[in-house]
Design a protein around this ligand. Structure first.
Ligand code: ADP
Length: 706
């Protein structure tokens, strides 16, 4: 019984245990079911998300491809060997292929020539390093035509990040390239045309001026021999027309030089007050004929020399002043220089030229600064002129960053005003009107520097050496090229002034020898001295090895500047003094250019007296030597002698004779007719004859004072 009981209980226990196990199993099965369910759901979500992302990606890829294609950018993908993986529609259109036709083909073989292949190889190397790049290349279309494309290439990576190829965006730039090419060609043509125009203008100026000078000279001679009033009238018309024509030619040349950007603005110290004073004196002579006064005023606050372009200012003021005098029958003409502001070592100036003349109508005020514009036809009729003067003046002002304008009332007068800024040189301007003090006396401290002066013209030599002595500069002289060459082999100089035009061996030849051969002066500065007005001569001088260039006639300041520049001389004092000149009667003033003399000698009468003396004793006798040369038709001899005499005239203030001598020099260079040249010489001799007593009187005055 006990045993049965025991078995029963065990059975009971086992049943219970199985039931528990079944319950647990059931529980686990349920949990498994739930987990499974969750997993399935997750999977479904994931699939949906992947699907959504894929659709999004496809859309965006389509969108961007669409954009690129609609921007007419051709897409092409290649593998590492340049085999085409995919060529998109626009690329196919661009190259003339059908879609699908290109895939699998080698892009380099299909599209490039040998040069392109070499270039592309470099691009591939860059791409394989994983870098993008943009470049231009020419590719071949299916029909053989070549087009230019701008390619933006980028590497293509696989999922591991390795480069597997590249994709390029191609933009057809053939039209743009063509335009650029045409633009470059047009630019070249325009430049060639401009060069031709420049050459034409230079030639025209020379060709027209030379015969015009002859017409002016001849009409002058004719007027002296004209016997009837009618003849005098005709000759006078010829002369007036020729003068006008000469002015037009000069103005046109000025305008074209400005427009070709050939006018350079120089920056040198100059005495503004002295310039205004000399202009006032010059115009006073002409204005006095009508009883018109010429007045001037320069602001007292301008105490120093200013730095700027003296020549341009002179031209501006000359234009404005000659108009003012021309259009004023009574009253006055005034130049007024006013200091608006002094700041940063600069003088900000307003300069006006004001007259009490005919005035300009309101409706014309805006026009007069334009090329060829005059206030009205009546004006042209009565006063002549080209209508270019103010256009040139305006351009000169603007070249120096200034502004010009006009204020005027009909019948009341006119005021031309302009602004201009000059640097303050820091050096005081000294104008001593009443004292006849010698200028430029102790400019330099005595020193050991040695200067060589090579000059075959006696008067020029004397002019330079007198200054050198005054400044205590040591110098030696060579009177021709050969002597200069010998001297430079024996001595060492610090600076050489070299005349260009000399018989046997000219300045260019000597310089070339000094520069090229064994010579102790091989590297020292050589300054060319030449009376030639042609700018290209400067280049010629520099090309033959010269360091700088000094055009004749030059004034002492220009010479000092060069000595200072090329030697290490210390300046003791520098003065530009203007001495009081006696006022002569009109005829004398016409022959003798006093403002010029004042500028040239800076009031140094003793130096001027030396030059006048040499002129009267030497140069005057050289002029007739031209006659036998002309008669023998020795044109080169004539040209050389005229060239040599030419600068001596301006040294004694006979500037118009210098021009006439230039004319003879040019005519001889062109082997002109003997009679023409002889008549030019007669003209020079006639004027010289009148000038001699004036020069003698002037010399007497100067020696009396000094
Ligand atoms: P032009 O060489 O003919 O004088 P400008 O350009 O110098 O030419 O001057 C143009 C015009 O402006 C002149 O013809 C004249 O009508 C007018 N004009 C210039 N300056 C004055 C002035 N000071 N008074 C009156 N009119 C003037």
């Amino acid at each position: 019984m006990d045993e049965i009981q025991i078995l029963k209980r065990r059975l009971e226990r086992e049943r219970n245990a199985r039931k528990q196990a079944e319950a647990i199993l059931e529980q686990k099965a349920l949990e498994l079911f739930h987990a499974n369910e969750q997993l399935r759901k997750l999977n479904e979500d994931l699939e949906q998300k992947v699907e959504e992302r894929t659709t999004q990606l496809t859309h965006s890829e389509e969108k961007y491809r669409g954009i690129i294609e609609s921007m007419e950018l051709g897409l092409m993908e290649v593998d590492l060997n340049q085999n085409i993986v995919k060529a998109y529609d626009w690329f196919c259109d661009m190259t003339g292929y059908n879609p699908g036709e290109l895939e699998g083909k080698n892009a380099a073989d299909v599209f490039l020539n040998a040069e392109g292949i070499a270039f592309m190889k470099k691009q591939d190397e860059i791409r394989q390093k994983g870098q993008a790049g943009v470049y231009e290349i020419q590719i071949k279309k299916k029909n053989g035509d070549l087009i230019w494309v701008l390619i933006s290439g980028a590497p293509v990576f696989d999922f591991k990040g390795d480069v597997v190829g590249s994709i390029g965006i191609h933009y057809d730039i053939t039209v743009r390239k063509k335009m650029l090419h045409e633009l470059a060609r047009a630019k070249k043509t325009a430049e060639a045309a401009r060069d031709a125009e420049k050459q034409f203008l230079a030639r025209m100026s020379h060709e027209i001026r030379t015969p015009l000078n002859a017409i002016i000279g001849m009409s002058h001679l004719l007027s002296e021999t004209a016997t009837s009033l009618e003849q005098i009238d005709y000759v006078s018309s010829i002369k007036t027309s020729a003068d006008l024509l000469l002015k037009i030619v000069s103005d046109i040349l000025d305008i074209s030089k400005i427009e070709a950007g050939e006018i350079q603005v120089n920056s040198e110290p100059f005495n503004l007050r002295a310039l205004v004073m000399s202009l006032q004196k010059t115009f006073q002579v002409k204005a006095e004929e009508n009883g018109v006064k010429v007045l001037m005023n320069v602001d007292d606050k301008i105490t120093n020399l200013v730095i700027g372009d003296e020549l341009l200012l002179t031209q501006i003021l000359m234009n404005l002043m000659s108009n003012a005098v021309k259009f004023t029958a009574e009253g006055s003409v005034k130049i007024n220089v006013q200091l608006l502001e002094k700041r940063d070592e600069k003088y900000f100036l307003e300069i006006d030229v004001t007259d009490t003349g005919v005035g300009i109508g309101k409706e014309k005020l805006d026009l007069i600064f334009e090329n060829f514009k005059q206030a009205d036809d009546q004006v042209r009729h009565k006063f002549g002129g080209t209508g270019l003067g103010l256009a040139i003046t305006k351009k000169f002002v603007e070249l120096q960053d200034g502004k010009i304008w006009v204020e005027s009332e009909l019948g009341q007068g006119t005021s031309f005003k302009f602004t201009i800024t000059y640097l303050d040189s820091g050096k005081e301007e000294v104008i001593e009107i009443e004292k006849d003090e010698q200028a430029l006396q102790s400019v330099f401290e005595p020193s050991e520097e040695q200067v060589l002066i090579v000059e075959d013209n006696y008067m020029n030599r004397k002019y330079i050496t007198t200054l050198m002595k005054k400044w205590q500069v040591n110098f030696e002289v060579a009177v021709n090229g050969k002597e200069a060459w010998e001297k430079t082999q024996q001595n060492i100089y610090d600076l050489i002034f070299m005349d260009i035009s000399m018989p046997e061996m000219d300045g260019h030849q000597v310089t070339k020898l000094i520069r090229s051969e064994e010579n102790p002066n091989q590297n020292i500065p050589i300054i060319a001295l030449t009376a030639s007005a042609i700018i290209s001569k400067r280049e010629q001088a520099l090309n033959s090895g010269m360091t700088d260039y000094l055009p004749k006639p030059f004034n002492p300041n220009q010479l000092i500047d060069l000595i200072k520049k090329y030697t290490k001389r210390e300046i003791l004092s520098e003065k530009t003094t203007i001495s009081k000149m006696e006022t002569d009667d009109d005829t004398k003033t016409e022959i003798l250019n006093r403002p010029y003399l004042e500028k040239f000698y800076g009031g140094d009468d003793s130096h001027a007296a030396d030059m006048f003396d040499i002129f009267l004793n030497h140069t005057v006798h050289e002029v007739p030597q031209l006659r036998p040369l002309m008669e023998a038709q020795d044109w080169e001899g004539t040209r050389q002698l005229a060239h040599k005499i030419k600068p001596n005239f301006s040294m004694v203030g006979l500037t118009q004779l210098e021009e006439k001598m230039l004319n003879i020099e040019n005519s001889a260079a062109q082997n002109e007719n003997v009679n023409t040249l002889l008549s030019k010489l007669v003209e020079v001799e006639n004027i010289l004859e009148k000038a001699i007593p004036i020069l003698e009187k002037e010399l007497e005055r100067m020696t009396r004072i000094t």
